[in-house]
Write a protein that binds this ligand. Structure first.
Ligand code: BDP
Length: 718
């Protein structure tokens, strides 16, 4: 089935398409993501229409075939002229550097590695061509998507000159998808994987998923939840995973599985899962061999161990390195790797939760096998709207660390709130660790300072069966930004937003500018109305939707919002200096010193590191209390502004996507107010202060907010 429009465009549809690209476009449902390929009125697209261009593929691998198909589909759609495959006077040539004619050009292709590409107009065998070349066919595929992006964002092929090599090796989505179809923390419907009908039914959607990922450079996918069910490792499910791997392979995407550490007991009938037990190691080795028989390019395992009830090596008094290395030995003969998560904290450990991962992993630096990479969340708690970067970055120079972001917005208003995460990714990646000169988190992640070749970035996917994949049009931008920034962590949030907006709507400043303006401040607005000034984890219990700063009755202390904000009559915030948990000491000495003093701590992280009095003077001249109120109000106001900007775009966006976004923005404004009002009502009950003059009081009393229940919120594991 042809899902993205027909290849052969008739004159009638062409004319209609061109008209539509100017006026209000026909209703869309977002399925096409940023690969809409609608006719453009740009000079680049006009040139494409007039040049007798074709797509010429040198070679016949599955990857080159999908690259050529994508280019033809895309350029046909964008130009409104059917672009054929085969030779022509001015072709776009797809060829690896092994091609004789390309080799004769002696291009500087060594730096392209095995995924980079180079695109330029050149003369090849006596003809003027646009050459898309790379050392591998995967590189050519990425180049083909880059060429499309270039045209989609307004470029003209006559002037194209693009060279790019990914800075990070593994760019991986983590699906928290359960085998029953529920996606943990998923807000875009059921799991994309219909495990029931696999491996027989190969839903065309799986191919579109692969296309979308390849278009932004994602080259790996972990199919199942980190809270893993053991059945994923049974022959029945391995066959299902293999079917997906077959579909993804031409797109350069490897499949990985989350592995349940106790599988040797549950599936193997062994008495133990002790990583140092030879029988356990042998079981995993045989299991890995079995998987590789079905999936020869299987990527490896992702493991959540000894965290939130998951089994792990600590159950046998072994270290995380013992566990990881045992699994690594099982996949090593096949070239596989193990991604071992550092997201660990224990109810038996009374220490600050923010310190526990570092305490456990730092001493293991240098103790991991060569094919292990430790996966560290961007911050030390849990995907909050803002967290300071995780202190493990830069602190384990002898161990490859991959960063894990959450693309799905568990703590940022689910799918209904608009929050562009590019600034969150960029903020963490550009943070200076101060562990080594010039070291940023990005430079730890890309291995450049510590000299690691195994590098990676993981994103917890926001994808489900919703027609628009991500639950809303603007959530698609977070998937997009993750892929682009994993390819190059230095890209910057705004340029990525511009690309996305141009491709998702149209490459015209009239729409790109306001859309990017909305996006760029949107995550800060969420911080303002949920967790201003370094607050964290004040969300309602379980589903984490809506405010719950008053919650104090949960089993584990570190599950309670009061544990995080520590508000009392005197002040608010978590003292992580020497007089408190001393978590600051986990950072490099110079940074630790800076963070130990409220005066030199960035205000945006103030309450993360310090318990400060309500009347503390802030840079603005306001008291802390007045500043908080001000932030809540700005957050709500920003959403109002987004609504107005979106209203102004009605004529330029198709009705389907415009309407849904407008409705979601209205929900967001209502809920931003709810967050503000509930938070203020609660803080007042703690600090006994008056609201600053002119402040609109909360709509209801605290009891009302406390009594709000949200049953059946999506994504909540029961
Ligand atoms: C938290 C989620 C939980 C995940 C956990 C994890 O609430 O559902 O299982 O992270 O990352 O954010 O393992």
């Amino acid at each position: 089935m042809m899902l993205f429009g027909r290849l052969v465009v008739t004159v009638a549809t062409l004319v209609a398409g061109l008209l539509l690209s100017v006026g209000t476009a026909r209703a869309e449902d977002g399925y096409d993501l940023w690969m809409r390929y609608r006719p453009l009125a740009t000079a680049g697209a006009t040139a494409l229409r007039h040049d007798a261009q074709s797509v010429e593929r040198r070679g016949d691998t599955a990857t080159l075939r999908v690259a050529a198909d994508e280019l033809r589909r895309g350029l046909t759609g964008l130009s409104g002229r059917a672009v054929p495959e085969g030779p022509s006077p001015r072709p776009i040539v797809l060829a690896t550097t092994a091609d004789r004619d390309v080799a004769a050009l002696r291009l500087p292709t060594a730096t392209l590695g095995d995924e980079g590409y180079s695109i330029r107009p050149t003369s090849l065998g006596g003809r003027r061509v646009t050459l898309v070349t790379a050392n591998t066919d995967r590189g050519v595929l990425y180049g083909s998507f880059a060429l499309l992006r270039y045209v989609q964002t307004g470029g003209n092929l006559d002037r194209i000159d693009l060279t790019s090599t990914p800075r990070v090796k593994m760019r991986v989505l983590n699906h928290w998808d359960n085998l029953d179809g529920v996606v943990e923390r998923g807000f875009a419907g059921q799991s994309l994987w219909d495990w029931w009908s696999l491996p027989d039914f190969r839903d065309p959607r799986y191919t579109d998923y692969a296309r979308a990922n390849a278009s932004i450079g994602i080259n790996g996918t972990v199919l199942n939840n980190v809270n893993a069910k053991v059945e994923s490792l049974t022959p029945r499910y391995i066959a299902k995973a293999a079917a997906l791997a077959d579909i993804f392979r031409p797109y350069g995407i490897r499949v990985y599985l989350s592995a349940r550490f106790s599988a040797p007991i549950e599936l193997g009938g062994l008495k133990t899962a002790d990583p140092l037990d030879p029988q356990v190691a042998a079981w995993w080795k045989a299991k890995a061999d079995e998987i590789y028989r079905a999936i020869p390019d299987f990527g490896g395992f992702l493991v959540k161990a000894n965290s939130e009830g998951q089994p792990g090596p600590r159950d046998y008094h072994r270290s995380h390195a013992d566990g990881a290395n045992m699994l690594a030995a099982a996949v090593a003969p096949h070239g596989g790797i193990v991604m071992w998560r550092a997201f660990v904290y224990a109810e038996t450990d009374p220490d600050d939760r923010a310190k526990q991962a570092y305490t456990e992993f730092k001493p293991l630096d240098g103790k991991f096998a060569r094919n292990v990479i430790v996966q560290v969340k961007n911050g030390a708690i849990d995907f909050q709207p803002r967290e300071p970067f995780h202190p493990l970055f830069g602190a384990m120079p002898r161990t490859p660390l991959m960063i894990e972001f959450q693309i799905t917005k568990e703590y940022l208003g689910f799918a209904t709130h608009l929050a562009y995460l590019g600034p969150l990714f960029a903020e963490t990646l550009s943070s200076e660790t101060m562990q080594a000169p010039g070291e940023t988190v990005a430079k730890v992640v890309d291995g450049s300072i510590e000299g690691h070749r195994l590098t990676g970035m993981a994103g917890v996917a926001n994808i489900g069966r919703d027609r628009d994949w991500a639950g809303s049009t603007f959530n698609q931008a977070n998937w997009y930004a993750f892929g682009r920034m994993a390819w190059d962590p230095t890209l910057g949030a705004a340029p990525v937003a511009r690309e996305w907006a141009a491709m998702t709507f149209a490459p015209s400043p009239a729409i790109v500018d306001p859309v990017v303006r909305m996006m760029m401040g949107s995550r800060e607005a969420v911080i303002d109305y949920m967790t201003p000034l370094g607050l964290a984890h004040v969300m309602a219990t379980g589903h984490h939707y809506g405010p719950g700063p008053w919650v104090a009755d949960l089993k584990r202390p570190e599950w309670n919002p009061v544990y995080y904000h520590r508000a009392d009559k005197a002040g608010i915030g978590f003292d992580r200096t020497k007089t408190g948990s001393n978590a600051v000491a986990q950072y490099a000495p110079d940074l630790a010193r800076r963070l130990a003093d409220p005066a030199t701590t960035p205000e945006r992280e103030l309450l993360w590191f310090h318990h400060v009095p309500w009347d503390r003077r802030m840079a603005s001249g306001r008291t802390l209390w007045a500043e908080m109120v001000h932030d809540y109000d700005s957050g709500v106001a920003y959403v109002g502004d987004m609504r107005r900007q979106w209203d102004g775009l009605k004529a330029q966006v198709d009705a389907g996507r415009w309407d849904k976004t407008a409705t979601y923005l209205a929900i967001q404004e209502r809920e931003a107010r709810w967050w503000r009002d509930a938070s203020l009502a609660y803080w007042v009950s703690v600090n006994g202060l008056k609201l600053p003059a002119g402040t609109v009081p909360p709509e209801h009393d605290l009891g009302w907010y406390e009594s709000q229940k949200i049953p059946y919120a999506p994504g909540n594991p029961q």
